[in-house]
Write a protein that binds this ligand. Structure first.
Ligand code: ADP
Ligand code: MG
Length: 688
């Protein structure tokens, strides 16, 4: 085989045929260089080989053994094959059981010496191991090392992937370019990229692995901060149109309610921004139900009163409809023309609205991403509002803004994020927080129950539906296959919905929705629920985002321990939006005291920011970086290795660098550009 370089196609690797090449491509791996940044998900520490009697119980470990009684293959009812064998060393005996691994019988010669890796359990005073991995004691490859475990897909084994990664590391590690300036590496005491990459794949010890991970995670947040900082600086040089007409006092009488103190404060912050010629770039974070729409309404109204136009983009048709109805009711009495633009309108309707927008006859338009399409032009777009922003990427934000000449931007988000993280994740935005709910809400009553409670829970559902209410039931998995991959005890949407519809609520209308359905199907089910045609909706977390069904009064979350607190809080926010007393029931059989304490904390408070902080303290910042959660560039999985201190260090280092070189023009900073462009690749115009 020829020498492997960065660009060697994986098809040229030993043992990679067409099928495996396809499997690798599914993981995003096509060339040798791709393997270098394909990091292990976890590791097996096989450095110590234990005597049987001293080996720890209940955790994976290696033992060196001799086969003392021959391996026997038998069948058990259900067609499963089982191999049993007894092994020992000077200290004790160990019984091995292999399920569905008939080849184990031949692999284990009586009298042969092997190193096993697996978990020892005590069963009636005897030591047992189920399905250990077996290596020849004379030629162990894995025993004595820390073994990387890669995220796999069907048709690939960890051993193969490991071997290919090793070839790639040997062949092209020297082509992996350092992008962090020397000064940054020195200041933050980070190892170089090549050493770190080698250690991530094949760590020599846990300390080296930790250092390597620190470096990779640091890099992720360093570049995020630098990138967002450059964006912000650039935007501050833009000049837009100040929107000065229309003060809060003239707006408040249009509302059917009195603003909360927090709403007044945030409206004033927006008004100050809008009055300037540097375009506003503001994120308003507020818990579900905190009244963010009123903030948007104020800004849109002010744009109209100032003789310009405003646009509001929502992630779904249903939400766009709801906003349209709300804004029309508020603003039309004050002679502001409001229109709706979505993909499902007829071509004639769309044409008429586009014409009116271009002519300036419509001042406020609400829509879905249809607003971004070609041919939607404004006479004078001075304000862009993006609702529930974590469903949109930075690029869509700027695509909407591109419809005007540096318009003001308002972003609304219902995902409370602790301040320390918000400053980084939203580094290019100013942040306002709506930390007060409108008065007169009855807080949602939250309970934690075990699965044994189901019969009573079903009765409760029945009672609420009899009263005319509607119910959400959320499950962690989509279907059986997804549940089986993760954990067979998980409830899945399709299976549970079928069970509920057939066996529990045959007299009710039960529907289900999940992310694998086509968008039109999803919207249709959600619309039927919003219209009251469906009484029990079984779903995954796809219903998390913004839909307002005030008649829904119960949120049931199955396998609640599988969700982060913030996510559970978001789900709970789907109920309690109307005048009815509402309930959230968390179902979990998990007995882990920490898990129970976490879930109990949710029963005790409804303050989203307090919950987010608790989540951060208990689970680290990883949950907050979930793919696209925040409309940011997708972060590399290595971001999950960061802790809050490391993130702050990366941020401070990045800010110090930007202070000395705001536009990154110094020669020693040129090496950063390729990495920045790559991070914001979805938004190519940003850095060119
Ligand atoms: P969110 O922040 O989740 O987008 P909304 O703007 O949809 O919240 O507001 C939720 C509900 O609260 C709406 O029915 C809205 O009319 C109502 N609301 C908003 N502000 C107030 C207020 N200051 N007083 C009373 N009700 C309010
Ligand atoms: Mg909202």
């Amino acid at each position: 085989m020829e020498r492997i370089t960065w660009d060697t196609p994986l098809g040229g690797f030993p043992g990679v045929g067409a099928a495996r090449q396809r499997a690798l491509a599914k993981l995003g791996l096509e060339r040798a260089g791709d393997l270098l940044t394909f990091y292990p998900r976890r590791y097996e520490d096989r450095r110590t080989v234990w005597p049987i009697a001293q080996a720890p119980v209940g955790v994976d470990c290696c033992v060196a053994v001799t086969v003392t009684r021959p391996a026997v293959l038998s069948r058990i009812p259900g067609g499963r094959q089982i191999v049993r064998c007894t092994v020992s060393d000077d200290t004790a005996a160990l019984e091995l059981t292999f399920f569905n691994r008939p080849f184990a019988q031949k692999a284990l010669r009586t009298g042969g010496r092997y190193i096993l890796f697996g978990k020892i359990d005590l069963f009636g005073g005897r030591r047992q191991m189920v399905n250990p991995t077996v290596e020849d004691a004379a030629r162990p490859k894995l025993a004595g090392t820390i073994v990387p475990c890669y995220p796999l897909t069907a048709g690939l084994s960890n051993g193969q992937v490991m071997a290919w990664v090793r070839l790639a590391v040997e062949g092209c590690l020297d082509q992996l370019a350092e992008t962090l300036p020397d000064q940054v590496l020195a200041q933050a005491q980070l190892p170089g990229i090549q050493w770190a990459c080698a250690q991530i794949h094949f760590p020599k010890d846990p300390a080296a692995l930790e250092q390597a991970r620190r470096r990779m995670a640091f890099e992720e947040f360093f570049y995020l901060t630098v990138g967002l900082g450059v964006l912000r600086k650039r935007r501050e040089t833009h000049r837009g149109a100040p929107l000065t007409a229309g003060g809060r006092a003239d707006f408040e009488p249009l509302l059917p309610f009195a603003l909360t103190g927090a709403q007044r404060r945030v409206i004033d912050e927006c008004a100050a921004d809008l009055s300037g010629d540097v375009p506003m770039n503001r994120l308003v974070q507020g818990d579900v139900g905190s009244g963010k729409t009123a903030i948007a309404a104020f800004c849109l109204w002010r744009a109209a009163k100032s003789g310009a136009q405003g646009a509001m983009m929502a992630p779904t048709e249903l939400l766009a409809h709801q906003h349209f109805e709300t804004l029309r009711a508020l603003l039309e009495p004050d002679h502001v023309a409001v229109a709706l633009l979505t993909g499902s309108q007829t071509p004639a309707e769309k044409r008429a609205i586009k014409k009116a927008l271009a002519a300036g006859d419509i001042q406020v338009v609400v829509g879905t991403h249809a607003l971004l399409s070609q041919g939607v032009d404004f006479r004078d777009l001075a304000l862009a509002v993006v609702d529930e922003q974590h469903r949109f990427g930075v690029n869509q934000r700027s695509a909407l803004a591109a419809k005007g000449r540096h318009p003001h931007l308002l972003v609304l988000s219902a995902t409370p994020i602790p301040r320390t993280l918000a400053l980084i994740l939203y580094g290019d935005l100013d942040v306002s927080i709506l930390d007060q709910l409108p008065p007169g809400r009855t807080p949602v009553e939250t309970y934690l129950v075990s699965e044994a409670y189901h019969p009573r829970l079903y009765k409760f559902v029945d009672k609420l539906v009899d009263q005319g209410r509607q119910v959400y039931i959320v499950c962690p998995a989509v279907d059986e296959s997804e549940a089986a991959e993760g954990d067979p005890t998980l409830r899945s949407v399709t299976q549970y919905a079928r069970h509920l519809a057939e066996a529990v609520f045959p007299h009710r209308r039960v529907a289900f929705v999940h992310g694998k359905l086509r968008p039109a199907e999803k919207e249709a089910v959600m619309a039927a629920f919003a219209a009251g045609e469906v009484q029990v909706l079984v779903s995954t977390t796809v219903i998390e985002v913004g839909v307002d069904v005030p008649n829904a009064a119960l949120m049931v979350v199955e396998n609640a321990d599988r969700f982060g607190l913030s996510q559970l809080h978001q789900l709970r926010g789907r109920v309690g939006r109307g005048k009815h007393q509402s309930y959230c029931v968390l179902v979990s059989n998990n007995k882990n005291p920490e898990t129970r304490a976490r879930l109990k904390a949710l029963c005790a408070t409804t303050d989203g920011f307090a919950i987010a902080q608790a989540d951060l303290d208990a689970r680290g910042p990883g949950d907050f970086f979930g793919a696209r959660q925040h409309g940011l560039p997708t972060l590399h999985p290595s971001s999950l290795w960061a802790d809050v201190r490391l993130i702050q260090q990366a941020q401070q280092t990045a800010q110090a660098l930007l202070e000395t070189d705001p536009a990154l023009t110094l020669p020693q900073h040129q090496l950063m550009w390729p990495r920045l462009r790559q991070l914001f690749a979805e938004n190519p115009d940003v850095f060119n």
